[in-house]
Design a protein around this ligand. Structure first.
Ligand SMILES: [Zn+2]
Ligand SMILES: [Zn+2]
Length: 259
C-alpha cells in the first residue's frame, strides 16, 4: 500500500491509499479543481480511482465528492445517515454513484480490507476507517471528540496511524475564539487536542507502528512545532518503541509513504 495525504485541516481533508495500481480516496474535502491540482502534484491519475470513502458530511471532508465521483465515475462508499446529512447540507442530490455501508461493515476493495467503525463527533454518523493488506494496516481517524474503546481497538496493530491533533489546549483556551466554539472544539464530540493525540498513540503503540501522521491541525489553535514537541517529547522519553511522527499540512501534499 502507499499513503499520500493531499492536505488536512479545517480548510479540507483528503488522503489517497494506492494498492495494485488503483487508488482509493479517503474523504474529499477540497473543491474539484483543487483536488485535481493536488493529484497532479503527486502524479496520481484521477482515472486510477476505484472508490471514494467519506468519514462524515462536514464540508471539509465531503466538499468535492459529487463532482469527482460524477466526472471520473468513481463509486462513493458512505453510510446512509451521513449521506442524508450531506443532502441536508447541500440541499440537492449529489447525483453520484453511491454505495451504502453499515458502520462496522468490512469492504474489500483493490485487495484491501476496509473496516469502518464509529467515532464520536458532532456529525450524523461519523466513522473512522482501517485498511489492511497482508500484514500491513493503515488506520485513519480525524474529527473525533473522545478516545473510545472502539477507536483504540480498531487502531491496534496499525503500521501507520493517521490521527487528529487539532488543537493545543493552552492555545485554544487563551485564544480569541468565542466560549461556545472553544467548548465545541474541546468537548466530547469535538476534536482531539495534542494531549489527546499523545494519549491515543500511547494506547496503540506497538512494534509494528512505524509512522503516525498528525492531522487536522488548527491554524489558529495549534502549531506544527508545538504539536511535535508535546507529542514526540514524551514518547521519546518513555524508553519504548517510538514511531516516526509526521505532520500533515493544510496546503501541501505529503511525501508518499510506502508500506
Ligand atoms: Zn467534522
Ligand atoms: Zn474536519
Amino acid at each position: 500500500m502507499r499513503l499520500t495525504i493531499l492536505g488536512s485541516g479545517s480548510g479540507g481533508n483528503a488522503a489517497v491509499i494506492q494498492n495494485n495500481g488503483s487508488s482509493i480516496l479517503v474523504d474529499s474535502g477540497f473543491s474539484y479543481k483543487l483536488l485535481n491540482s493536488k493529484l497532479k502534484i503527486c502524479g496520481i491519475p484521477p482515472e486510477s480511482f476505484s472508490a471514494m470513502l467519506i468519514t462524515h458530511e462536514h464540508e471539509d471532508h465531503a466538499k468535492g465528492l459529487g463532482a469527482f465521483s460524477r466526472i471520473h465515475r468513481v463509486p462513493v462508499y458512505i453510510n446512509e445517515t451521513t449521506y442524508k446529512g450531506l443532502m441536508r447540507i447541500t440541499r440537492k442530490d449529489i447525483d453520484a454513484n453511491v454505495n451504502f455501508f453499515e458502520t462496522g461493515d468490512v469492504l474489500d476493495i483493490n485487495g484491501i480490507e476496509i473496516k469502518s467503525f464509529p467515532v464520536l463527533h458532532d456529525a450524523a454518523e461519523p466513522v473512522g476507517f482501517s485498511f489492511t493488506s497482508g500484514n500491513k494496516k493503515i488506520s485513519y481517524v480525524t474529527d473525533i471528540g473522545s478516545i473510545t474503546e472502539q477507536v483504540v481497538d480498531n487502531l491496534k496493530n496499525s503500521s501507520v496511524a493517521v490521527i487528529e491533533a487539532n488543537h493545543d489546549v493552552e492555545m485554544l483556551l487563551n485564544g480569541f475564539y468565542p466560549a461556545f466554539l472553544k467548548n465545541r472544539i474541546k468537548g466530547p464530540t469535538g476534536h482531539l487536542s495534542n494531549d489527546d493525540a499523545l494519549k491515543l498513540i500511547q494506547l496503540i503503540r506497538c512494534e509494528e507502528l512505524q509512522v503516525v501522521y498528525l492531522t487536522h491541525l488548527s491554524k489558529k489553535n495549534n502549531k506544527p512545532e508545538v504539536a511535535y514537541k508535546k507529542i514526540f517529547g514524551p514518547l521519546a522519553e518513555s524508553g519504548k518503541h517510538v514511531p516516526e511522527i509526521r505532520i500533515a499540512n493544510q496546503d501541501e501534499v505529503s511525501e508518499p509513504y510506502n508500506l
